[in-house]
Design a protein around this ligand. Structure first.
Ligand code: SF4
Ligand code: SF4
Ligand code: SF4
Length: 303
């Protein structure tokens, strides 16, 4: 079958990317949060043999691509994977598939990264699925400051945090402070008989949680550090961290506000990172911490 540019464009929008041979397509499956059930994996393995070249490739954005699918098989392929609740997609100038580290089970994980990624998937990947943006918009969720999925190199990145608090009354200024010993950032130090934490250096990793035998160091509820305007690729930019840590609900709202800001202020073809540079990180932070963008949501989406 002769494939026109129009036909290729249409199926690309559905998550079928042209292969080098010019005849076949890679079907991109959305995993929602990087997790598939055994039944879904079995279904994909069958789909790879039935419709593709028998291979499954895992992408850096936690989708699964099955190469070698014929154009005419696309509807049957979609129906086949749909039996296990899977869809294709994840292309175009809109919210892209969400990436999450394995913080849900990782011993360093401070938040349920996969649970949060699923919520982000439902609210923004699906909820904003029909919203055209100036460019693609990538979101990543990391469970701790180890940054395994590089949240700060995404348009919006979220990192789990737990802030240590020192109860000076309880601190005995031990010769060998077990908190100081485990701190990977050398942020915790005993000086003049008391433990001090250098807040400019501490990354809220909570590695010191439960380490003081006298209960002098405790940690509050999990908080969320949000980075905006990161970008990886031809032009690299590390995102700017909001100066305030957020609750989960605030972080979700900040995510929505960032998308609305991008929709309303971004120029066609402009990445969010360039918009953040153009407006200035302080202006962006102000916008993400106020409720104005959410109040104007309908008006922005209609525009
Ligand atoms: S970022 Fe932290 S929680 Fe996530 S996988 Fe890496 S070490 Fe584990
Ligand atoms: S934080 Fe705990 S272990 Fe460290 S000096 Fe104080 S009491 Fe001792
Ligand atoms: S939270 Fe992490 S960086 Fe901060 S004092 Fe504790 S161990 Fe050190």
């Amino acid at each position: 079958m002769e494939l026109t540019a129009e036909m290729r464009k249409k199926v690309k929008g559905q998550g079928f990317l042209s292969n080098k041979d010019g005849e076949h397509f890679s079907a991109r499956i959305i995993t929602e949060n990087g997790v598939l059930t055994a039944a879904q994996m079995a279904c994909l393995s069958q789909a790879a043999e039935k419709f593709g070249n028998g291979q499954l490739a895992f992408t850096s954005r936690m989708t699964v691509e099955l190469p070698g699918v014929k154009y005419e098989d696309i509807p049957a392929f979609q129906e086949f994977v749909g039996q296990e609740g899977m869809v294709t997609g994840g292309t175009g100038a809109k919210v892209r598939p969400v990436v999450a580290c394995k913080g849900t089970v990782c011993t360093f994980g401070l938040i349920d990264t996969q649970g949060l990624a699923k919520e982000i998937h439902d609210r923004f990947f699906v909820g904003y699925g029909n919203v055209a943006l100036p460019h693609k918009f990538k979101i990543a969720v990391g469970g701790c400051p180890n940054n395994c999925v590089k949240p700060d190199l995404n348009d919006l990145g979220i990192i789990g945090q737990r802030v240590p608090m020192v109860d000076e009354e309880r601190c005995r200024g031990c010769k060998k402070c077990s908190v100081e010993m485990v701190c990977p950032m050398a942020a915790a130090r005993t000086e003049e008989g008391k433990l001090h934490i250098n807040r400019d250096v501490c990354n809220n990793c909570a590695r010191c949680a439960g380490k003081c035998p006298f209960g002098a160091v405790t940690h509050g509820e999990a908080m969320y550090k949000v980075y905006v305007g990161g970008r990886w690729g031809k032009q690299i930019r590390r995102g700017d961290a909001l100066r305030t840590l957020l609750t989960k609900e605030q972080a979700m709202d900040a995510c929505e506000k960032a998308i609305l800001l991008f929709k309303s202020k971004g120029r066609p073809g402009e990445r969010f990172a360039s918009l953040v540079e153009r407006l200035g990180a302080e202006e962006v932070e102000k916008a993400l911490l106020s409720d104005e963008l959410l109040q104007r949501r309908e008006e922005i989406l209609a525009g």
